[in-house]
Design a protein. Structure first.
Length: 235
């Protein structure tokens, strides 16, 4: 029996198998009521005042859990929530066993339909008034016919066009970074799925995402130009 004291809960969770450690949280594998479960423990910043760190942890844990619950209600396949302990910054959720979408693109014969479904998933999330914040190919799990969206730590409730476009842009960037040979085809499939759910508003989001990409390329080109000029002047 685990005490409800948050420090004891945190100590107990940290005995579980570590799957991933990020800047904001630790992901550990355990069980809950006899079911395999993921324990997502938010990491408190040691340089913060303890009261401020706890308030931030509570607020972000509450928001993430609420987003996950609302996403599932909207029809997005996301891990089921098992427990939320705000005082410990802990979310306990369904463990989804499978391969990352990143690992199947260009390898698994059905990867094209999966990428299109990823577009549908993100559009469904946007339709519910939620942006994911990090919808890369590493945040979709392919599991026994399911395509599960994970990691809602950066998600927010908003219908802002720019925020939605950033989500789409981040997916494209992930494709370009990890699947250059398939990036264009994959992104077109993703857009097909996305706009099939959102219609004309989705087309506007994709258009804005293209503008964001162009802005990024312009900034990068300017940066390279400045570096080249500085190098020339230094000779």
């Amino acid at each position: 029996m685990v005490s409800l004291d948050p420090e004891r809960i945190i100590s107990w969770v940290r005995q579980l198998e570590l799957i991933k450690r990020g800047a904001e949280s630790e992901i550990r594998l355990g069980s809950f009521m006899g079911l395999p479960a993921v324990y997502k423990l938010r990491v408190r910043k040691p340089y913060m005042h303890p009261e401020l760190a706890e308030r931030l942890s509570r607020a972000r844990t509450r928001r993430e859990a609420k987003v996950m619950a609302e996403a599932r209600l909207a029809g997005v396949d996301a891990p089921r929530l098992y427990a939320v302990i705000l005082s410990a910054g802990l979310i306990v959720m369904e463990y989804v066993e499978g391969r990352l979408l990143k690992e199947v693109i260009g390898v698994y014969s059905g990867w094209r339909s999966l990428v299109r479904r990823a577009g549908e998933r993100l559009a469904t999330l946007h339709k519910a008034g939620i942006v994911h914040g990090d919808p890369t190919t590493s945040n979709f799990i392919v599991s026994n016919g399911r395509l599960v969206m994970i990691d809602f730590g950066l998600s927010a409730f908003t219908e802002d066009l720019e925020e939605r476009a950033v989500d789409v842009h981040l997916f494209r960037r992930a494709l370009e970074a990890s699947h250059a040979a398939y990036a264009e085809e994959a992104f077109n499939l993703f857009v097909e799925g996305y706009t099939s759910v959102l219609g004309s508003p989705g087309v506007e989001v994709v258009k804005r995402a293209s503008e964001i990409a162009l802005r990024g390329r312009y900034v990068e080109a300017r940066r390279r130009s400045v570096w080249a000029q500085a190098a020339d002047e230094g000779e």
